[in-house]
Design a protein around this ligand. Structure first.
Ligand SMILES: NC(=O)c1ccc[n+]([C@@H]2O[C@H](COP(=O)([O-])OP(=O)(O)OC[C@H]3O[C@@H](n4cnc5c(N)ncnc54)[C@H](OP(=O)(O)O)[C@@H]3O)[C@@H](O)[C@H]2O)c1
Length: 240
């Protein structure tokens, strides 16, 4: 383990689902706001989401026109911009699919507006995509040659470059599962909404995908706080 800890902060239904119809109901908006409030309470210097979550909530599937960039400069050196920001948004985007248009979060994400974006890539991305990221001012770091990234290497680098000792891991389920499988989750901060999703296709809190399955990862309860609307804020620490 590096000199940092990772807290996985999520809203979950009673059946452990982190997306689906239950998050569209009127009563779910309270839990979404409480999620953001608790994030602000932790006030993390860095928070992490997977490519799909950023695509769904921040870049909305935008594609960048890469044809204007020449296919030159094959170097795969990390590109680090602002290291003095109060907080950073970190995207795990192995193939360079996210269509960033600026180097910081914009008004679509009011509460976190202005935070610089750091994207974690594999070396397999195109030269043009890297040229685009440099042009719009998105920092990038490489964490592996193939699209299966070395997440520990990613955190080691980011903590070193930006002097970060605490990361918040904020979904979705596949990225949470990848971190858990890599032994990188230290704590859980779960907002339990008293609702049932019930659909098989919705994503669970931890999805291993093709990562090695970890049998019986166990957490110890640290604190339970009741929330309004029959919700709970649960905090756990990994049992080592
Ligand atoms: N309830 C909550 O608190 C909460 C919070 C956040 C998100 N969500 C929801 O979660 C859903 C998305 O979850 P998701 O599980 O489908 O997607 P996700 O975890 O956001 O992103 C998954 C993607 O991340 C990349 N990835 C994951 N593990 C990797 C690894 N080991 N190496 C390299 N890349 C890796 C892959 O990108 P590529 O596909 O590009 O290879 C993978 O497809 C959304 O509906 C969102 O709204 C809920």
């Amino acid at each position: 383990m590096g000199q940092y800890k990772v807290i996985c902060h999520m809203v979950t239904s009673l059946d452990g689902k982190i997306d689906g119809g239950y998050l569209e109901t009127p009563s779910s908006s309270y839990f979404a706001q409480e999620y953001e409030n608790i994030h602000q309470k932790y006030n993390p210097k860095a928070w992490i989401c997977g490519r799909v979550t950023f695509e769904n909530h921040v870049t909305y599937g935008k594609q960048v026109d890469l044809s204007k960039y020449p296919d030159t400069d094959g170097s795969r050196e990390d590109f680090i911009t602002d290291t003095n920001a109060a907080a950073y948004a970190i995207a795990i985007d192995p193939s360079g699919k996210l269509g960033w248009e600026q180097g910081t979060l914009g008004e679509d994400y009011e509460e976190r507006r202005g935070q610089p974006i750091i994207t974690v890539l594999s070396e397999n991305v195109s030269n043009q995509y890297l040229a685009h990221l440099r042009a719009v001012g998105v920092s990038y770091i490489f964490a592996g040659k193939s699209t299966k990234l070395d997440l520990r290497l990613a955190l080691d680098k980011i903590s070193r470059y930006y002097n970060i000792t605490e990361f918040m891991l904020e979904g979705g389920g596949y990225i949470n599962g990848s971190f858990l499988s890599a032994g990188l989750v230290d704590e859980l901060s779960l907002i339990l909404a008293p609702m049932v999703e019930g659909t098989r296709q919705s994503v669970s809190l931890f999805e291993y995908g093709d990562n090695p399955f970890q049998l019986g990862v166990e957490f110890a309860l640290e604190k339970v706080e009741p929330l309004e609307n029959s919700g709970l804020w649960l905090r756990y620490r990994l049992k080592r």
